[in-house]
Design a protein around this ligand. Sequence first.
Ligand SMILES: Cc1cc2nc3c(=O)[nH]c(=O)nc-3n(C[C@H](O)[C@H](O)[C@H](O)COP(=O)(O)OP(=O)(O)OC[C@H]3O[C@@H](n4cnc5c(N)ncnc54)[C@H](O)[C@@H]3O)c2cc1C
Length: 338
Amino acid sequence: MKYISDYALSEYNTLGFRSVAQFFAEPQSPEEIEACIQWAKEKQLSVHVLGGGSNVLLAPQVNGLVLKPALNDISFELKGDDVLVTVGAGTDWHELVRWTVERGWSGIESMALIPGSVGAAPVQNIGAYGTELKDVFYRLTAFDTQQNSWVSFTKEACNFAYRDSRFKQEKGRFIIAEVVLKLSRTATVNVKYDALTGYFSGLGIDKPSLVQVFDGVCAVRRAKLPDPSELANAGSFFKNPVISADHYQQILEHWPTLVGYPEPDGRVKVAAGWLIDKCQWKGYRQGPVGVYEKQALVLVHYGDGTRDQLLALASDIKESIHSAFGIDLEIEPQLFPR
Ligand SMILES: Cc1cc2nc3c(=O)[nH]c(=O)nc-3n(C[C@H](O)[C@H](O)[C@H](O)COP(=O)(O)OP(=O)(O)OC[C@H]3O[C@@H](n4cnc5c(N)ncnc54)[C@H](O)[C@@H]3O)c2cc1C
C-alpha cells in the first residue's frame, strides 16, 4: 500500500475547495482496506473515507488518513427474472447505470448521471426521479472499524430513509467495500416523476424504453443542474423538508402554489428549492459563493472560496426560510472531516 503525505484533494471535490490530506491511500481490495486501518491505528491517526467528493464539504486541512476505496470489480448472478449485480465501492455510479442499461437490466436508470462512487450510494440512499437506492438494494459488505471485522448488511439493517441511512447516522464507523443490487431483466420501465413524464410527452413518446429513460434523465439533468467541471457545486445543498400536515395547510393560506408530496406517515414533503426561490435567493452571489441562477437548491463556488464562506451563505438562507415559513432546512452534503 502506498500512503502519500500532504495530498491535494482538489480532484476529489466537486465544490472545488482547496484541501490537503495529511495522508492518502487508495486500497484496491478488502485486504488493503484492513491494512490501511491497521496502519492508521499504529500511527494513532483517524481515518476518513472519501468517494468522488460530490457530497462533502472539505476542510482546508484533513488530518489523519483519507482512504479512497478503489475496488472496481463488477460481477453478476442471474436469478430467474432478476439479476444480482455485485459492485466494488470505487466504481463510478453513472458508469454502473450505463453498464446495466446496456444489458437491458432495469432498476437504476432514473438515477443516471448522479456523480460519485457506488460505495457512497448507500450512505445517503441516493435518489432521483422517484427511485431510491433502497428500491434495488440487496446487500452490502463493509468493514466495521469499531469491531475490527467485516459485516454483511441486509436492507433492513441499513435503516434507509430519505437521504439517510445507518452509515450516515454512525458516520465514520463503516467502510463500504462492495454493494449488491437486485435489478430486473424483464420489468417494464416505469416513469414516475412529473419532470420526466413531461419530457417524454413533449417528445410524443408514450412508453419510453429503458435506453430512452436513461437518455431522457441525462438530458433533463444536464439542462437543470450545473456540471461541476464547469461550475463547482455539490448538487442539492439542502434536503427537501418534511413538515406536518397542519403546518403545510398554514403555509398554503399565504402561499397557495406550494406543492406538497404526502409521506406514508401523514406528513408532507415540500421542495426546499421552491422555498429558497420564494425568498429571492436564486442567482444571489456572496463573494466567491452563491445560489445557482437556474435552480435555487444548488449552491455554487466560483473559485478561491472556502467551505466556511459557503456555510455562512447556507446559514443566511436557513435563517430566511425559518423566518418566512417556520421551516428548518437541513444541509445535505457532509462535513469532511466530520
Ligand atoms: C451535480 C450533482 C448532482 C447530484 N445529484 C444527486 C441526486 O440526484 N441524488 C442524490 O441522492 N445525490 C445527488 N448528488 C450528491 C452525490 O452525487 C451523492 O451523494 C453521491 O452518492 C456521493 O458520492 P461520492 O462518491 O462523491 O461521495 P463523497 O462525496 O466522497 O462522500 C459522501 C459521504 O459518504 C461517505 N463515503 C463515501 N464512500 C464511502 C464508503 N465506501 N464507505 C463508507 N462511507 C463512504 C463519505 O465519508 C461522506 O460522508 C449530486 C451531486 C452533484 C455534484
